[in-house]
Design a protein around this ligand. Structure first.
Ligand code: GNR
Ligand code: NI
Length: 181
C-alpha cells in the first residue's frame, strides 16, 4: 500500500548568479496548466521548508509566470497561487521594509516599493481573481512578480549596496562550499 500521506518533495532553490533568475519568464498558457498543477504542491513544500513567505517559479528553474505566497497569519496556512499576476494599480505612497530572498540566502536590505497594490491573477482553480494588498503581503507579491521579470530585490538598491550584498553572498557561498568539502 503506498503511503498517501507521503510528504511532497522539495525542489532545489536556485541561487544568484543563476542566469534564469535574471530572465523574463513567459506567461502560463493552456498547454502549461498540467505542469503548473504538478509544480505548485512542490513549490509550497519548498517554500514552507526553507522557510519563506513566497517562491517564484524561476527560483526552482521554471521560466513560467507563477508564484506561491503564504504569510501564515496566526501561524495558520493561507496559501495563495498567483498565475500570470499583473499589478493593475499601485499607490503613490511608498513603504520601506527589510526584504530577503531565498535565492540570496542570508542577505537582507531595506527596499522601497508602492505601499499598496491591486493585483490581477489566475488562481490554482483557473479562476481570474483580484487582490488588494498592503503591508508585508504587498511587498511579497511585488517581490514575486519582480522575479517573473528577472528582477531581484537588490536591483532596487544603489549599485554600491547591491554590489556589497552580491560580493558578500559570493564570499559566504564560497566559504560554505569549502567547508562542505
Ligand atoms: O521569504 C521571503 N521573505 C520576504 C520578506 C520581505 C519581502 C519579500 C519576501 S519574499 C522571500 C522569499 C523569496 O525569495 N521569494 O521570492
Ligand atoms: Ni525572492
Amino acid at each position: 500500500m503506498p503511503d498517501m500521506t507521503a510528504t511532497v518533495e522539495s525542489l532545489p532553490i536556485l541561487l544568484v548568479p543563476e542566469p534564469i533568475l535574471k530572465a523574463r519568464s513567459r506567461s502560463v498558457g493552456a498547454a502549461d496548466v498540467e505542469r503548473v498543477r504538478g509544480l505548485v504542491p512542490r513549490m509550497f513544500a519548498t517554500m514552507y521548508r526553507a522557510p519563506g513567505i513566497g517562491l517564484a517559479a524561476p527560483q526552482v528553474g521554471v521560466g513560467l509566470r507563477f508564484a506561491v505566497v503564504d504569510l501564515m497569519p496566526d501561524d495558520k496556512p493561507a496559501p495563495i497561487v498567483l498565475i500570470n499576476p499583473e499589478v493593475i494599480a499601485r499607490s503613490d505612497e511608498q513603504a520601506t521594509r527589510e526584504e530577503g530572498c531565498l535565492s540570496l540566502p542570508g542577505q537582507y536590505a531595506d527596499v522601497t516599493r508602492p505601499a499598496r497594490v491591486t493585483v490581477r491573477y489566475t488562481d490554482a482553480e483557473g479562476a481570474r481573481r483580484q487582490i488588494d494588498a498592503e503591508g508585508l503581503l504587498a511587498a511579497c507579491i511585488q517581490h514575486e512578480i519582480d522575479h517573473l521579470d528577472g528582477i531581484l530585490f537588490v536591483d532596487h538598491l544603489s549599485a554600491l549596496k547591491r554590489n556589497m550584498i552580491l560580493r558578500r553572498l559570493a564570499k559566504e557561498l564560497r566559504q560554505k562550499r569549502a567547508e562542505a568539502m
